[in-house]
Write a protein that binds this ligand. Structure first.
Ligand code: SF4
Length: 453
């Protein structure tokens, strides 16, 4: 692989091609041409931001200045998902952009009853966490033989309103399934050094994303180059199922080659089949799914998705694929819980999404009707917002007077226990209200609400 890399242009090369008649005009949003060129070379700005660049030069630069990793679209039932487009190796450097998507599996070796059981068990995992739907976005269909069963399973998978992955190294078999479910735009997962031409034609003819693998990184690299020469750049790199160690090495080396060396032959998202790496070991699959969520799996295939796997896995994914520069915020407002009306008491807290998620969950669990009011606190947690001066008696009183009082008749107001210190001042500012200090931890809310009721 080393020595074959298609290197991107350096900043100085791009600078030489910029239009000199408009030098340093700032229309691109940068103070001069040179910093703009440096940023483009680093993948941090689009060359098209310079409005004066000619079409000829644009064509010349298009390949070299494209982002180091392709951003691809994939069909997920009646929706679309994004894969790739990453620009950093570590989330804290900037942000990851396209979250890992998960698949559960059905295979031609299953009996009909096993297929139904696999689908109903995995499809049962479907819930919302901090505004995000958590479910297996794909159904992966395995087969190497038994044409009729494979096609039947592909049709069954396509009826589940999820993305479909067809995992087979037999292009003729894949073609039979594609003929039946082409509108579902399945991902073809099975191209390799010996069958890539047939798979490439099938994928290109039907506008499908093509998964390509190799025994070694060099072999994978060569096959990707050949596919690109055939005009196919709608690829996802399969890191292999030989063993866990090599799959891990593949993901890391592929991502490093793409982002550190600007090697665009490896600038594609990856697919990791942890079901095949540890078929009979579900706990190990869960651990591997977590590993490959952190280390660069764009799609991770599991044998099954169940709550034991989903709860930690989706929590990890949500933490990893949020922008660390932007707090996760819940919209400011009044949230009636348990069919609360204007006569239900008011619980107030901050607009940090995780706080909302935890507090609303506990209040719902209590079964008592109440109005959860979310204040603008800069998206910080309770103590951080208080320390930053964004969740004080004045701001709470203003919010209650302007937004809560016109809508809610009940005059009990529960403060988070962690800001009990605000009670006196808040009571002075809201004389018509009974300010009550709630518990320190949300987990104590269920017992606490009984006393408020
Ligand atoms: S818009 Fe183009 S010409 Fe003007 S400063 Fe930016 S790069 Fe230079």
């Amino acid at each position: 692989m080393r020595g074959k890399q298609k290197m991107a242009l350096k900043g100085i090369d791009i600078f030489k091609l910029l239009p000199k008649e408009h030098a340093n005009c700032k229309a691109c949003g940068f103070p001069a041409c040179m910093p703009f060129a440096m940023k483009v070379a680093a993948g941090g700005a689009e060359i098209t931001k310079c409005p004066h660049i000619s079409a000829d030069v644009l064509d010349k630069l298009a390949e070299s200045t494209a982002p180091p990793m392709k951003s691809l679209t994939v069909k997920i039932g009646d929706q679309e998902g994004k894969l790739g487009g990453e620009t950093v190796l570590f989330r804290h450097e900037k942000t990851f952009v396209s979250k890992t998507l998960y698949a559960f599996s059905i295979c031609a070796g299953y009996s009909d009853a096993e297929v139904e059981a696999a689908i109903s068990a995995s499809a049962a995992v479907d819930y919302a966490r901090i505004g995000e739907r958590m479910y297996a976005e794909f159904v992966n269909v395995y087969a190497d033989e038994d044409d009729a069963k494979f096609v039947e399973l592909a049709k069954k998978a396509s009826a589940l309103n999820r993305g479909v992955i067809l995992t087979t190294s037999d292009p003729a078999l894949a073609a039979k399934a594609v003929a039946e479910i082409k509108d579902a735009k399945p991902v073809l997962n099975g191209a390799n050094a010996s069958n890539y031409e047939e798979f490439s034609k099938l994928a290109s003819d039907n506008g499908l994303l093509l998964g390509v693998g190799g025994e070694t990184l060099d072999e994978l690299y060569d096959t990707v180059e050949k596919l690109e020469k055939l005009g196919n750049k709608n690829l996802i790199l399969n890191v292999g199922t030989k063993d866990i160690r090599s799959a891990f090495e593949f993901t890391v080396q592929i991502r490093r080659a793409a982002l550190m060396n600007n090697d665009r032959t490896f600038g594609y998202p990856t697919i990791v089949d942890v079901a095949a790496l540890a078929w009979d070991n579900e706990p190990l699959q869960a651990a591997l799914a977590a590993l490959f969520t952190v280390k660069y799996g764009s799609i991770v295939i599991l044998r099954t998705m169940d709550y034991a796997k989903a709860l930690p896995l989706y929590g990890l994914r949500q933490n990893l694929f949020t922008d660390p520069q932007k707090p996760m915020r819940q919209e400011v407002g009044i949230y009636p819980l348990n069919k609360a009306d204007e006569n239900a008491p008011v619980f107030i807290t901050v607009d940090f999404a995780l706080t909302y998620f935890v507090v609303s969950g506990e209040l719902e669990r209590s079964g008592m009707p109440c109005n959860l009011c979310i204040c603008d606190a800069g998206g910080y947690s309770v103590l951080t917002a208080w320390a930053a001066g964004k969740f004080g008696a004045s701001s709470i009183a203003k919010f209650v007077t302007e937004q809560v009082e016109p809508k809610i008749k009940n005059r009990k107001l529960v403060l988070p226990g962690k800001v009990a210190v605000l009670k006196g001042e808040l009571q002075d500012k809201l004389p018509d209200w009974e300010v009550i200090v709630g518990p320190n931890e949300a987990v104590s809310l269920v017992n606490f609400v009984k006393s408020v009721a």
